[in-house]
Design a binder for this molecule. Structure first.
Ligand SMILES: Cc1cc2nc3c(=O)[nH]c(=O)nc-3n(C[C@H](O)[C@H](O)[C@H](O)COP(=O)(O)OP(=O)(O)OC[C@H]3O[C@@H](n4cnc5c(N)ncnc54)[C@H](O)[C@@H]3O)c2cc1C
Length: 352
């Protein structure tokens, strides 16, 4: 084997794993983002760090550098239900940050002992004796093949590792669309919007560094159409859009069964969103990416036999927590329940 471990994808999950693994492993990490700057792939995101993600950073003794933070910081979430016309403001303690800078910062913390290849696309994972062959295209568009004993799929919602190795473990995906505008609202604000006519998930708006970002998650077939329809409805509610400065689109995993959370087998491990680890009720995924990476790092560093079995077992609490989010999502996307919650004093409508 050329390497002990090949990590595919360096988002929050992959970068954290690469940072926490013992330097005694020979590790290669492939990521399609560039090493620095605004060129190349950038992950569309609301860029809000939830409480659980903050806790993971506390455990890992990390604080965010100031230049990653954005203005304003978010304490108040305006929740709008277009069916019942109810509006409530909820208190939240997110940290608002620039997602691309955040990803590059996490990558920069990976120790030099890891062979990190930027601007590199993983194409294929094949079983070979004693491990796997990984095929990738490097920054000069040249194809390479390496072998590794363990492969970690940290490649997000559209994971090539999950698709190629576990075609029977497909998971429901929605299309997330975000548009950026110049922010012309008098007061910057953060909102989350429920509208069962256009999205059976939900939509959001975020003021960030004088930009107004509007996004939502939609079933694939009608995504563009429903995104525009929702914008029209919100324009009538006082949202100011204007000409979009940029439009971002990507797949987002939207788990709805317990078995949607899949952690891999036979020395392949899925972490973060590739494993389906994302909250169905809030689309918050960074905390689960950090947590699953930390769990896997401890298992691999300990050198236990049957690491897949241990990873499956140790992520059980995480899976139960995420399953409770599926139930919560079902409640929140049911207008009658939502109305009851929003009319009550319950503070549990939590969305990103
Ligand atoms: C529109 C939107 C808004 C969101 N907002 C928030 C939010 O505000 N807060 C929050 O907590 N969560 C949010 N989420 C969810 C969150 O972004 C993800 O759950 C989280 O990023 C998952 O981390 P990850 O490391 O598992 O995967 P990713 O962050 O997706 O990282 C995977 C990385 O792998 C790389 N990659 C992918 N395929 C390949 C390949 N074939 N070869 C090489 N490299 C590859 C890419 O560079 C990618 O960056 C949002 C999601 C969406 C879609």
């Amino acid at each position: 084997m050329d390497y002990d471990i090949a990590i595919i994808g360096l988002g929050p999950a992959g970068s954290t794993l690469a940072r926490l693994l013992s330097p005694s492993f020979k590790i290669i990490a492939l990521d399609k983002k560039h090493q620095a700057g605004d060129e190349g792939f950038q992950k569309p995101c609301g860029g809000l760090l939830a409480n659980d993600a903050q806790k993971a950073f506390v455990r890992q003794k990390l604080n965010l550098p100031l230049d990653i933070l954005t203005d304003p910081q978010i304490f108040s979430v305006k929740t709008i239900d277009l069916q019942t016309k109810l509006i409530r403001n909820y208190q939240r303690s997110y940290v608002s940050f620039d997602r691309h800078k955040f990803d590059l910062w996490l990558k920069s913390l990976i120790p030099n002992s890891v062979n990190v290849l930027h601007d590199t696309l993983c194409k294929e994972i094949r079983r070979v004796i004693d491990g796997y062959q990984v095929t990738y295209i490097d920054e000069n568009k040249i194809e390479h093949k390496i072998t590794a004993r363990y492969v970690v799929g940290a490649d997000g919602a559209n994971s090539v590792v999950r698709r190629m190795r576990y075609p029977n473990h497909s998971i429901r995906q929605y299309v997330a669309i975000q548009q950026w505008f110049t922010d012309n609202h008098k007061i910057p604000f953060y909102s989350c919007i429920f509208d069962n006519k256009t999205t059976n998930c939900y939509a959001w708006s975020i003021s960030k560094n004088k930009h107004f970002i509007f996004g939502g998650a939609f079933p694939k077939k009608t995504a563009n159409q429903h995104f525009e329809l929702l914008k029209e409805k919100l324009a009538q509610q006082g949202f100011i859009f204007g000409e979009p400065l940029k439009t971002e689109k990507c797949l987002v995993v939207y788990p709805n069964r317990f078995r949607d959370f899949y952690t891999g087998n036979e020395n392949i491990f899925l972490i973060g969103e590739a494993a389906g680890f994302i909250s169905a009720s809030s689309l918050e995924g960074i905390s689960y990416a950090l947590d699953s990476a930390e769990i896997l790092s401890k298992i691999l560093n300990s050198g236990v036999a049957k690491p897949n079995k241990h990873y499956y077992q140790k992520t059980m609490p995480l899976r139960f927590k995420l399953y409770s989010k599926i139930i919560k999502a079902k409640i929140l996307t049911t207008p009658i329940w939502r109305k009851l919650i929003m009319k009550s004093k319950i503070q549990h409508i939590k969305t990103i």
